[in-house]
Design a protein around this ligand. Sequence first.
Ligand code: PLP
Length: 436
Amino acid sequence: QGMISTYSELIELDKKHFLHPTSPIKQQQEKGATFIFDKGEGIYLKDIHGNKVIDGLSSLWNVNIGHGREELGKAAMEQMARLGFSSCFATFSHEPAIRLAAKIAELTPEGLNTIFFTSGGSESNDTAFKLVRHYWKLQGKPEKKKIISRKRSYHGVAMGATSATGLKPFRDFTTSLAPDFYYVESTGAALRSFIESEGAETIAAFISEPIQGTGGVHLPPQNYFKEVREICDEYDILFIADEVITGFGRTGTYFGIEQFGVIPDLMSVAKGITSGYAPLGGVILSEKIHQDLIEKTEGLFMHGYTYSGHPVSCAVALKNIDIIERESLVENSRVMGEEMLKGFKWLQQEHSIVGEVRALGLMGAIEIVKNKQTAQRFDKPISPLIVEESMKYGLIHRGVIYEGADTLIFAPPLVISKEEIHKMINLLDKALTAVE
Ligand code: PLP
């Protein structure tokens, strides 16, 4: 009885006082929260009634090492007790931020050796946009300020990050965006022709997710990033890889861009850097950019967040990376990713509504179609129905319905085992059967 009254009380308070991020606001009012989570362990989340569900998207593609890691709690507690916060502005520093910066330089592709810390992915991308413009200004080219991104991209919700996001529904939330952002089709030819029509002397940078996540887990076309790298070099344009989802093992290599054999000039990171146990992000710069900043900046480097290099987040990140290494989670992501894709292919054989399936590491998608031969979609997307069914069977994942998509997306924690992959596929099989 007590439990029930507490529960309905929580539901009412939630409706009244808590405006949820990226949420179906009316449904939240009508139905209340679907889950009030209370605990996590490995790939599972438990709600306050004790219902256990598989966290098929690692919450927000971020809980890479899985839930319930006491070691991270201990690292946070020790750091808080020792030094909960001190500033890294100006010439102040502290050991967790220094150690983490050095550790990340070890993990990143060659030449990317310096990090500017933020609190998350959106702040990282906004920082990257300001940094590249600042960089070109220092080179005596202040007119190089346009940022090119890709259609179907997602880069976050800060003003710059929203403006860079190719997915229109995110931009349509606000009436006025930051100027000088453009979106191109995902081919080398489209990028080149855009640069030539705008003039390379007006373009600061190109930004891309190695694999588009929020847009529906889209792998790049063959050779795409090789072409991008060549074009950026040819026209003197900086290449920013948005590794917010793909960093820290998600795709089966430490960073997603490594899959495509090129090195960007900057990388945005967040999410998996702490597996979500504390907020943290960063922009990683090439040595060339860092050296130029040092040589050419007169006076102060005028950009910094209060929480740039938060000591507790940095201590948590260091322990998180320790675990990723100790448990070979990058390798596990690669191997289990193959297992997940095998499962998707089996579902494709079993279900008339499963169209194209794809995955790289533990980042995957299933297209829902009316007709497999023509890839024709249903008139109204049905992935939301499948997601709802899955939830009843104990599996959380997401449906993407933006811009004509009808796609199920998956990104389970990197600790997932073969048996757990099979379990996830079996639950999905039930959900698909119920909807078909
Ligand atoms: N960039 C990418 C590729 C993302 O997927 C996200 C979040 O999903 C972001 C940036 C924004 O990160 P945050 O939500 O931490 O601000």
